[in-house]
Design a protein around this ligand. Sequence first.
Ligand code: NAD
Ligand code: TDX
Length: 341
Amino acid sequence: MKILVTGGAGFIGSNFIRLLLQQHPEHKIINLDLLTYAGNLENLKDLSSHPCYSFVRGDICDAGVVEDLQFDAIIHFAAESHVDRSILDSSPFLQTNIMGTKNLLEAARRRGCRMVHVSTDEVYGSITQGLFTEASPLSPNSPYAASKASSDLFARAYYETYGTEVVITRCSNNYGPYQFPEKLIPLMISHAMTGKALPVYGDGKNVRDWIHVHDHNRAVDLVFHKGRAGEVYNIGGRNEQQNIDIIRKILSVVAEIQGTDPERLNGLITYVKDRPGHDRRYAIDPVKLESELGWKAEVAFDEGIAATVRWYIENKDWWSRILSGEYMKYYETQYGQRLGK
Ligand code: NAD
Ligand code: TDX
């Protein structure tokens, strides 16, 4: 089967392509990616000449680009993915996440092909007690989450209206190698390694359910091959943690690996003005995926986070190259005032 993977040069997509090529030598992959600030072909450089892999630089919003490609199925990761950026300017989020997804749904409809739409737990909003199930109402709070919820509703509408064979996944917070350094975990690792302030939003007690990217991608693979069309599958790590605990864990691993004084690293923690509309807690119930498709998270958090810290320490060149130019402008806008610079 020829599979169109969108956003394959990003964090989750690049890890997914590597997994799919290992697990399914029977498939061929076309990676369609615009290479925005978040896309990086270095993530896949070991696979660039793989006989089952090809890359096309292009915009999912451009119907002509998608029309010209030959494929039998779509696995759709491409998105504007950072909540903080959506607060600064939501326009690219509407364009890529809604219009781009609608464009791919249209391609799937016309060709009669299967599509997995990769979404997020953020569409459910914040929950005080209990867990989000697939039946929980959509209640997005950030512009990013609103754009993803809209794309989920279009996916649903294409299934209901045209019978397009689309399946939606909603995963919790991912961590692992190749995550863009604007996100919490790589940001904290890279700052700890370079002695920069660690900006903690609000009181640091917001809760996220962290899952290793490998486990997310194993689930997407399963849903692609076995998930029922028109269904939603939640994906979560059963691993709720407060941000401040994640940060302290990262610091203890960095200190251990680098032989740095943990107290010096703890001193870098800086509480800053909160993210507007900051969701307090995400907590997702993956029981449908577990019972129906036999999925189970495999990566224990303590091992996964230690391996991730090690990866960032060993691949400093990868993230150092990113921390320049456009990123530094964004960083200044996002954190300059917060950190009193
Ligand atoms: P990312 O920002 O690392 O990667 C996004 C990729 O999409 C980049 O390679 C970028 O170049 C590409 N892209 C953006 N706009 C495009 C366009 N118009 N046309 C073609 N390509 C375009 O994101 P990620 O963290 O890997 O997330 C991937 C998907 O998983 C997203 O849909 C996101 O909403 C979802 N998700 C992410 C998480 C998480 O914790 N990171 C959790 C749940 C769901
Ligand atoms: O500098 C920071 N300080 C801080 O306290 C950053 C970048 C984040 N945070 C907090 C905000 C969140 O409570 O850490 C938590 C995680 O933040 P992010 O890494 O920005 O992730 P989040 O907003 O939870 O969204 C992520 O998970 C769901 C992904 O970015 C989304 O793409 C995914 O859909």
